[in-house]
Design a protein around this ligand. Sequence first.
Ligand SMILES: C[S@@+](CC[C@H](N)C(=O)[O-])C[C@H]1O[C@@H](n2cnc3c(N)ncnc32)[C@H](O)[C@@H]1O
Ligand code: SF4
Length: 331
Amino acid sequence: MTTAQAPQPGHWLAANTAGQRVPLSGQWELTCRCNLRCVMCYTDCFNTADRLRQELTLPEIIRIMDEIQEAGCLELTLTGGEPLMRDDFLDIYTAAKQKGFLISVFTNGTLLTERLVEWWTKYPPAMIEISLHGFGEHSFEQITRGRGSYARCMAGIHLILARRLPLTLKTTGMTVNRDEILKIKEYVSRLGERYGTKVGYRFGSDIRARLDGSDDVFSYQLADEEIIAIEQADPEFRAERSRQDDRRQTMVRQGQGLCVGGQRKFHIDAYGQLQLCSNNRRESYDLRRGSFREGFYDVLPHFPCPARRPPASETLLSIATPRHAPSRGVA
Ligand SMILES: C[S@@+](CC[C@H](N)C(=O)[O-])C[C@H]1O[C@@H](n2cnc3c(N)ncnc32)[C@H](O)[C@@H]1O
Ligand code: SF4
């Protein structure tokens, strides 16, 4: 992930709980439903009526939320699929807000309404992240495969900016939009200036397999040289890459794992499965059958994560970070 400085609300606490297992930060995939069908989307294969029937209900979500709050969670990211496809999204959001979580919402931006944005103005999220897949309608809609989705997404972005809500736009860099990343970044920075506010921008460069295991999407993966060329061409990207590499170097030197999944982070899917992280679902704990505490403390530590323990000898080269290093995606 290359980012123009995303906020880190739990940073102080994370630093002060080093070495302890505390579920400070959770990502919750509320649904795999979506009104779009992006070509590379890893959740799209579960955008089916059958999967919809298996989704957690609102009372189940609230019960689990109580449990993660009790366990010490501070930050919650609500994502999907498209989280706004849930009719009860506002109820879920409001319940999370009442419990005091710092909430981020990941959305494609096309389903934002005046009513929702008004609610967010009263009860603001810590961050709204909208995917901007392409520069201009043609490119955007070749990826989303949704006619009119570009105009709707832009309207959503303007609704949010008009209310000065915290916004980050992001792009999953692929073979089909590689020449647009820097143009999008420049556009985002001008957009912020126009509204007199700072709009964040992130660019993800790791394509992941679909949830059903299909790896056809890897055909969209950019080559390392292409990623490096994009990062090197922009001073903010360059500085962020260097910061990330330094941080990783330090962690490796101190013998720490590079992945905090199951240490301070967790992931819950649309069907109530607790996992180490969104990108490691090889084993799960069913929150419909047991408690969050049992899943997080008794079961999750046994999950295998290749990123957990890098060999002490691992060398990290500034910029030439190994392809399968964790968290370079935007999800
Ligand atoms: C799954 S979407 C869910 C939230 C919302 N629907 C959106 O599009 O932002 C979260 C992010 O995952 C990214 N994404 C989707 N499929 C991907 C894949 N196969 N590999 C890496 N990132 C992917 C999307 O571009 C998006 O930024
Ligand atoms: S908008 Fe998000 S969830 Fe929907 S298809 Fe695109 S990447 Fe997937």
